[in-house]
Ligand binder design. Structure first.
Ligand SMILES: Cc1ncc(COP(=O)(O)O)c(C=O)c1O
Length: 383
C-alpha cells in the first residue's frame, strides 16, 4: 500500500525516531518506580528529573513549575478546575473564548453548571480575541482567564502577552492552552507572562497520553485528583516514566528544531497555498494571514464540501477541522465563531504540515487537491 501524504500534524504527530530511541529502555530495562529508593527506582527518578528539565528549558521555566499529566485535556482540567477550587472564596467568574478546544470549553461549561459565571469572548473574522473586549469583561470576582495560544483548526495566534497583561493588571490569573503552539513556534512563559500553560506530547513528536501543565511558582491551584504526593500533589499517580522520558526528548527536539523547522514549514505551506490559489478561483483562507502557526493552512474550497474533496483525494491524509469533530457533519464551531457562513465552513479543509513533509509531497498534494476540486466542480456544472 502506498502511504498517503500526511498533512494532519495538528491532529497528531508520529513519534520522532530520536524520541522512540530515548523512551524504549524505560519500557524494558529501566522499569523501576521512580519513588523506590533502590537503583531501579533511582534510575527512573533521574530520567524523570531530566525530562522535567527539558520541558522546563523549552518553556524557559523552573523545573519545579512543570507538572506532568496524561494529556492536554487533563492539563486544561487541572488549570480551570484547580484554580476555581483554590480561589472559590475570591470569586466565581471565569473568562474564556469562543474558539477554545472542548478541553477548555467543556470544563468551563461544567463550572457554569456548578454555579460559576462564564464569559465567552467572541473573536474577529481572523479568529482573534480583542484585548479591549477582555478588559471590559474582567470583573472584581474574575479568578481566571483562559485563552489559547494557537488555534487547532486555523492556526491563528492570540495576542496572549497583551491579554495576560490585562488580566494581571486586574489581579486575575491567566492560563493558555499551548497544545498546538509548542514545537511550532517559540513558547516562553515569561515572554507570554502566563501563570498556567498546557502542553500535549503527541502534538510535538512524543507519544499520545502524555502532557504537562506549567504552573508559575506561587499560583493558587488545588488538585483535581487526590491520592499520593506525586507532581507536587497536583497530579498523584505513579509516573509514566517511558512517556515522560519521551516528552523530555521531544521537548529537546522541539527546542533545537525551532531554529529552522518553522521557516521550512512556512515555505512549504505558502508554496502549497500559492499553487492552490493559482488554480482555484474563489479559494478563501480561514485564519489570520500573518499571525498564524507556520504549519497550518485552513482553506475553504468554493462550491464543494471539504469532506467530499478529501474523499476524492485518497492519497492525502488531512481533515476538515479538528480531529475531535471529524465524525459529524456539523459546521466547525471555530469557523462559525469567526463569522464564516455555512457554505464557506462546509468547504473548509485543514492542511497541517510537519517535519517529514518535503517539496515533492507538497507538489503532489497540490496536484491532487486541484484535480479533485476541478473534477467535483465539473460534475456540479454538468448536473
Ligand atoms: C488546542 C488543543 N487543546 C487540547 C487538545 C487536547 O489534547 P489531548 O486530546 O491530547 O488531551 C487538543 C487536541 O487536539 C488541542 O488541539
Amino acid at each position: 500500500m502506498i502511504k498517503p501524504i500526511y498533512l494532519d500534524y495538528n491532529a497528531t504527530t508520529p513519534i520522532a525516531p530520536e524520541v522512540f530511541e530515548a523512551m524504549t529502555p524505560f519500557l524494558t530495562d529501566h522499569f523501576g518506580n521512580p519513588s523506590s529508593s533502590h537503583p531501579y527506582g533511582t534510575r527512573a527518578a533521574e530520567a524523570v528529573a531530566l525530562a522535567r528539565g527539558e520541558v522546563a528549558a523549552l518553556l524557559g521555566a523552573h523545573h519545579d513549575e512543570i507538572v506532568f499529566t496524561g494529556c492536554a485535556t487533563e492539563s486544561n482540567n487541572i488549570a480551570l478546575r484547580g484554580v476555581a477550587r483554590a480561589l472559590r472564596d475570591k470569586g466565581r467568574h471565569l473568562i474564556t473564548s469562543a474558539i477554545e478546544h472542548p478541553a477548555v470549553l467543556v470544563p468551563a461549561e461544567r463550572l457554569r453548571s456548578d454555579g460559576w459565571e462564564v464569559t465567552v469572548l467572541p473573536v474577529d473574522p481572523d479568529g482573534r480575541v480583542d484585548p479591549n473586549a477582555l478588559a471590559r469583561a474582567i470583573r472584581p470576582d474574575t479568578v481566571l482567564v483562559s485563552i489559547m495560544l494557537a488555534n487547532n483548526e486555523t492556526g491563528t495566534l492570540q495576542p496572549v502577552a497583551e491579554l495576560a497583561r490585562i488580566a494581571h493588571a486586574a489581579g486575575t490569573l491567566f492560563h493558555t492552552d499551548a497544545a498546538q503552539a509548542a514545537g511550532k513556534i517559540s513558547v516562553r512563559v515569561d515572554e507570554l507572562g502566563v501563570d498556567l500553560l498546557t502542553l500535549a506530547g503527541h502534538k510535538f513528536y512524543a507519544p499520545k497520553g502524555v502532557g504537562a501543565l506549567y504552573v508559575r511558582r506561587g499560583t493558587a491551584l488545588e488538585p483535581v485528583l487526590v491520592g499520593a504526593g506525586h507532581e507536587h500533589g497536583l497530579r498523584p499517580g505513579t509516573e509514566n516514566t517511558p512517556h515522560l522520558v519521551a516528552l523530555g526528548a521531544a521537548a529537546r527536539l522541539a527546542r533545537e528544531g525551532l531554529r529552522d523547522l518553522p521557516i521550512r514549514l512556512r515555505t512549504l505551506r505558502d508554496t502549497l497555498h500559492d499553487r492552490l490559489q493559482q488554480e482555484i478561483p474563489g479559494l478563501q483562507l480561514n485564519g489570520h494571514p500573518q499571525e498564524r502557526l507556520p504549519n497550518t493552512l485552513n482553506l475553504s474550497f468554493p462550491d464543494v464540501s471539504g469532506r467530499g474533496l478529501l474523499a476524492a483525494c485518497p492519497n492525502l491524509a488531512a481533515s476538515v477541522g479538528s480531529a475531535c469533530h471529524e465524525e459529524g457533519d456539523a459546521v466547525s464551531g471555530v469557523l462559525a465563531a469567526m463569522g464564516c457562513d455555512a457554505r464557506r465552513a462546509r468547504g473548509a479543509v485543514r492542511l497541517s504540515l510537519g517535519r517529514d513533509n518535503d517539496p515533492v509531497q507538497i507538489d503532489a498534494a497540490a496536484q491532487a487537491l486541484i484535480a479533485a476540486w476541478k473534477g467535483l466542480s465539473r460534475d456540479l456544472a454538468i448536473r
